[in-house]
Each structure stands twice: as C-alpha cells, then as structure tokens.
Design a protein around this ligand. Structure first.
Ligand SMILES: [Zn+2]
Length: 427
C-alpha cells in the first residue's frame, strides 16, 4: 500500500480527536509501545517505548535509547488531533416543520459553505454511568455512515448566491437528520444514542460529539498527482509523526517524542492543548523516572530540537497573487519550512538549516513558505510550544490547498517526503 493510501485509511478511522488518539494508540501498541497511565508512578526503562493518553484527545509517545538519555538529545515532533468542524450542543435535537435537525456550534475556523450538501456523520465520545455512583466511563462512538446533511438554498430562492453569501452559524448551518414520519422519529439524541450503542438511556450522562465529513479521500488528476480528502489538516502530520517514531532506526542514546495535541484549532489554551503545562509536567515525570534530576531536564530541554508539523499553504493556481513573490510552495514540491519575521511560525536560521540538512539526508525535497508582507497569514503549534518548551523549534508541514475546507487538497508525493524526513529525524 502506498504512503498516500495508508494516509487515506488512517483518515477514515480518525473521525474525531478521540478517534485519532485511539487509532494512534492501536498503531503504537502493535509496534510494541506500552501505555502509561498519566496519573500513576512510572518505571521507565532504557530501550523502552511508551505512550500516554491525556484526557483521551491528546497523546504523547516516546522512546528511550539503549543507553538512556546520556550522550543523546531530546527530539520532538508535535502535531494536532483536532480539525475545524461542528460540535453538537447539549439538548441538540430540534423537531420542527416536519424535519429533525441538530443544534451545533462551529468548532474552529471552518470554511462554512464547503460543508453544504455533503454526507455528514457523527463521532466522538459518550460519557456513561458506572456501577460506582461517582465513576463515569467514556465510550467512543462513530455512526460510520452518513446521517446528516446541511442543504443549500436553491438559487431560485436566493438569486445573489453566486455573489457570495454570509451563512449564519446558528440558523443556516444546522444539519438535518431526517424527515419526521412518526412519533418515534422525535427521540432525543441521548435516546437515539442509547439505541445505537445498546446502553440504557439513564446511563448516558453526557456526550462530546462532532459532525464530520464522511466522504472518503480520492486521488485526483489524469495522472493522479493530487489527493483530495477531509481532515488533511492535520492528520497528514499526525500520521507522518507516528510513522516516523515507529519506523525510525533505534538511537543508542536520547529520547524521541511525538506529541499530538487537541484544541489547536481553537487556540490551544486548554488542559490538553499545546499551551498547557502538561507537556513540561510529563517531560519532568519521564526524566525523574529515568533517575535523573530537574537540572538534567533543563539541560535536555535546552539541547533539544522540536519539529512542529502542520499543513502549509501551497501556491493556488487560480490565486497565484496570494503567494509571496519569491517563495512559492508547490504541491508535490516536498516538505515546507514556514518562516515569519513575526514568529507566528517558530523559526530561526539554525533550525531551518537543520531541516534542510534532514531533507538532504533523507533524499526528500523541501521548500519555504513566507506570507506576503501585506497579509497576516496563520499561526500554529510551534509558536506556542516554543514559549513553554524553550528549545530550538521550527514549523514545517505538507503544502495543501483549500485549508479548512470540508475537503482539502495535497500532492500525492508529499506524504512520503514528510514521512521520510521525520523517520530520518528520529533515527
Ligand atoms: Zn493545522
């Protein structure tokens, strides 16, 4: 199976941040990684491979060299598990005018009109009651088939539609589930979940459910040079980071680490987000468990290197003027190094030189992205994590078009490039 087909398979399973973490956990387990409980005492051994789930939607995986930390450094790759979508509100079911709809909030910066007229599904987790009065259990749930759609308004009822339409998030973006034909169609979401999951209604206490786009990814083009898929931002990076740490040649010394954060699309300021102290706390636990001191940890951090992986803007064929005038990342042109004088992307000369050397060593192409000077552009994890983990950090990623659309577009060769580059980084 080609690298892009493997990515496609992964994206089909990673339908919510919880499912991304679950799918990655299964992959790590099958590669000999052992799960550590976040709040227990750890006994980390040299040559060990471990992972920790943080509130089920963030994950840290790491490997320790045969000689432990001594004589090696800390190498980290970060990415994010979340993506722009819709999140179901409490009391979500609406039964009116003969239709069943659901009340949602927009999660992250979605391009709203790309979500219209597409088969949508629901995935996330449902919180259920345990036998013990004060214990709850979190169960993954995925409808795994189209159950919702947000229908467009016909052009005859909106003659100006092609001049651009502002869509109201509360009124015009609510997904429709069914045409009500009988009383049973008016069940609450919890009642419906209880049927689907075979759990008693009274045992369902809460849910965190997302609406996702459930059409599969497809190769596009006469020569199949492109790949169109939901959730490329940022499952391309998640997959490449996991492939990198699991496929790398073991290092004699040092620690390799992958951190997959939730909540990047809403600013990262959560307990499981990149702006949380959780990364430092977990790192300290690892270092202390290896019999080292806090001072060792500080030295380790300062000598470490982080690659923050997230998708980058490729040059758009219909909007080439939106691109910088001397830096024009191309799809299939290889891993993008993101540069910004404002440091909205983490970078310094030494870090970007390091990525260029990595690209050379892994025989993969790389290119640079800089915003046009008259445009603000975006930001990502690197800028946040490098203020919490003050180590050399650089933002890199696969070039895409239509970022934050319900379907995004990449080149079929770029996944292989970033996978090879990250495998080389961890070797
Ligand atoms: Zn992203």
């Amino acid at each position: 199976m080609g690298t892009i087909d493997e990515l496609n398979k992964f994206i089909k399973k990673a339908t919510s941040p919880f499912h991304t973490v679950d799918t990655v956990s299964e992959e790590l387990k099958s590669k000999g990684f052992e799960e550590l409980d976040i709040a227990e005492k750890w006994e980390i051994k040299n040559k060990g491979r471990y992972y920790i789930k943080v509130y089920d939607s963030t994950l840290m995986a790491f490997t320790v060299g045969a000689n432990g930390m001594d004589g090696g450094n800390l190498r980290v790759c970060s990415a994010h598990t979340d993506f722009p979508c819709f999140k179901l509100k409490p009391n979500a079911a609406i039964n009116e005018n003969g239709y069943r709809k659901f009340n949602t909030e927009v999660y992250g910066g979605a391009i709203l009109n790309t979500w219209l007229d597409r088969p949508l599904s629901i995935a996330g987790r449902v919180i259920t009651k345990e036998k013990d009065e004060f214990k709850v259990e979190s169960r993954l749930f995925d409808f795994s088939r189209p159950v919702l759609i947000i229908p467009n308004l016909a052009i005859h009822l909106n003659r100006d539609v092609n001049k651009g339409v502002a869509l109201n998030k509360q009124k015009e973006m609510l997904p429709v589930a069914d045409i009500i034909s009988k009383e049973a169609d008016k069940l609450s979401l919890e009642e419906q979940l209880s049927e689907q999951m075979n759990i008693k209604r009274e045992d369902i206490l809460d849910y965190e459910l997302y609406v996702y786009q459930c059409e599969a990814g497809e190769k596009i083009g006469f020569d199949k040079t492109m790949f169109s898929s939901p959730r490329l931002d940022n499952l391309t990076s998640v997959k490449a980071a996991v492939d990198g740490i699991t496929g790398a040649k073991e290092r004699e010394s040092g620690i390799n680490m992958v951190i997959l954060y939730d909540n990047e699309e809403i600013g990262s300021r959560t307990k499981q987000g990149a702006q949380s102290d959780i990364t430092l706390l977990l790192l300290e636990k690892i270092i202390l468990s290896l019999g080292k001191t806090r001072e060792d940890m500080i030295d380790y951090l300062l000598n470490g290197m982080m690659l923050s992986a997230d998708v980058a803007h490729g040059m758009h064929p219909n909007y080439p003027e939106k691109c910088d005038i001397t830096n024009k990342p191309m799809l299939n042109g290889g891993t993008v190094i993101k540069i910004a004088a404002s440091q909205s992307y983490a970078n310094d000369g030494a870090a970007s030189a390091f990525v260029k050397l990595l690209a050379k060593k892994s025989s993969t192409p790389c290119q640079t992205f800089v915003n046009r000077s008259d445009m603000q552009g975006g930001s990502t994890l690197g800028a946040i994590t490098s203020t919490i983990l003050p180590m050399r950090t650089i933002d890199i990623g696969v070039p895409v078009l239509s970022m934050h659309s319900a379907r995004e577009l990449m080149g079929v060769n770029d996944q292989k490039s970033i996978k090879k580059l990250l495998t080389c980084f961890f070797s």
